[in-house]
Design a protein around this ligand. Structure first.
Ligand code: 5AD
Ligand code: SF4
Length: 453
């Protein structure tokens, strides 16, 4: 009987990609997906360290896993527990000290070694820890074939970050910026497209800093890569995330005008609407520079929908500085956004700054900010009612007969229509909107005139 693997993924889309690759890697040892943790011979927590809450969740989950492992052991079954991802990288051996149930600790740059680590944990019966940053690329060591789960897939093109924003752990957990080669990415994309993928989201902590070295010695920008990928006839949609304002180069902005497969949506974090706070965050851009980029983007692609990340309560943030963040949101108008209370991360420069903002003030600011963002998101969605949008249907919805897809602006669109089917882009007339999603009906065409029994 084949062994079973259960992966629980926390945090960003890069972790979602990594989890998929971990499962590809373990497939080579015959591991198949378990439906439940209790059925798994190998449990992997792919973790996030970006905020304190995210990291603490792991320890409570490990408490539950301890009980599962004990139950399985009583039933004569062995369980290997691995902590992967950024908590593994940041805390290393500390994890097995706090949670001895853990057998393997493996960082985001070394999970390609998981097959060996599992073997060693089984043979040696003791904890194994690998948080190395190997010199030779991990991607080359991963299985070449991916089995996409739907018509939309992630493709990590860049990892790590050299920006060193003072609040952020990423440069320490994911390391310095690294871009995969264009050739390697084209091969991976081709494989996905041949297996039915129609939409690719290119991923990187700082994806628009992509600078891939090609075999002919040239350096490709993200815009070059997007242009090349757009040449695959089977590929219908392209997206990328997450970007830094300072890497929004002219050619990338032009791609939003000229590359018809690049969707009119951009996630561009601004973090704060105060120049003083931006400087303290080491963001290396001002509010006006951010606004100028947005103007250029809107000029290139007038219907572009914008998303962002915002932090409230950075050390020393005053009411006026918080109000400047509110004003920037009002001035720009976002279709979607992620907002966070500042969370002090050990080892980052901001953690050592003075004047940390009290928790209740952060909470109050976050509530205010989220109510503004939520109103903007609702208004953006409501404005779509009555319009017709092409929707790429990805999966069945929660209700019987319902399908869920995405609009070009990344809104979730639900339809309950016998004409809809997954893995196709179909025009939908939007009939309803809520803060988080749209509903609609398929536009009837001669080819799609009625339901087949
Ligand atoms: N506290 C709060 N939010 C943070 N982020 C990153 N580090 C922190 C932190 N220490 C947010 C930023 C970033 C997003 C991924 O997470 O907004 O863009
Ligand atoms: Fe973190 Fe800043 Fe790099 Fe984003 S750009 S990953 S916030 S250091």
């Amino acid at each position: 009987m084949s062994k079973r693997l259960y992966i629980k993924t926390y945090g960003c889309q890069m972790n979602v990609y990594d989890s998929e690759r971990i499962s590809d890697t373990m497939k080579t040892l015959g591991y198949r997906a378990a439906n439940e943790m209790a059925d798994a011979d190998l449990i992997v927590l792919n973790t996030c360290h970006i905020r304190e809450k995210a990291a603490e969740k792991i320890y409570s989950e490990l408490g539950r896993i301890r009980a599962i492992k004990a139950d399985r052991s009583r039933a004569g079954k062995k369980t290997i527990v691995a902590v992967a991802g950024c908590v593994a990288q940041a805390e290393g051996a500390e994890i097995v000290r706090r949670a001895p149930v853990v057998d393997i600790v493996v960082g985001p740059q070394s999970f390609q070694n998981l097959t060996h680590l599992v073997f060693r944990a089984e043979q040696e019966g003791r904890h194994v820890i690998d948080t190395s940053f190997p010199a030779d690329g991990k991607f080359e060591q991963l299985p070449k074939i991916r089995a996409p789960k739907s018509c939309t897939a992630f493709l990590t093109v860049q990892e790590g970050c050299d920006k060193f924003c003072t609040f952020c752990v990423v440069p320490y957990t994911r390391g310095v910026e690294y871009s995969r080669t264009p050739e390697e990415l084209i091969v991976e994309a081709r494989g996905l497209i041949e297996n039915g993928v129609q939409e690719l989201t290119l991923l990187g902590q700082n994806v628009n800093a992509y600078h891939g070295k090609a075999e002919d010695g040239s350096t490709w920008t993200l815009a070059n890569l997007l242009d090349r990928l757009a040449q695959f006839p089977g590929l219908k949609r392209l997206r990328y995330t997450t970007s830094h304002p300072n890497d929004m180069t002219d050619d990338l902005i032009d791609a939003h005008r000229n590359n018809p497969k690049l969707m009119p949506y951009l996630h561009l974090p601004f973090q704060s609407g105060s120049d003083r706070i931006l400087a303290a965050m080491n963001r290396k851009h001002t509010v006006e520079e951010y606004c100028a980029i947005i103007r250029r983007l809107r000029n290139a692609r007038p219907d572009i929908a914008l998303s962002t990340d915002v932090i409230v309560g950075f050390p020393g943030e005053t009411d006026e500085e918080f109000n400047a963040t509110m004003k920037l949101i009002e001035d720009i108008g976002f279709a979607q956004a992620y907002s966070f209370k500042y969370s002090s991360r050990p080892g980052t420069p901001a953690a050592a700054m003075e004047n940390h903002v009290p928790e209740e003030v952060k909470a109050e600011r976050l509530a205010k900010l989220q109510s503004l963002l939520s109103a903007q998101q609702s208004a953006f969605n409501a404005a779509c009612v009555g319009s017709q949008v092409p929707v790429l249907f990805e999966r069945p919805g929660r209700e019987q007969g319902q399908l869920v897809g995405r609009s070009p602006y990344l809104q979730a669109v639900h339809v309950d229509d016998c004409l809809a089917h997954t893995n196709a882009i179909v025009d939908v007339v939007i009939s309803g909107a809520s803060r988080n999603s749209l509903t609609g009906v398929i536009k009837k065409t001669p080819a799609l005139a009625s339901c087949k029994e």
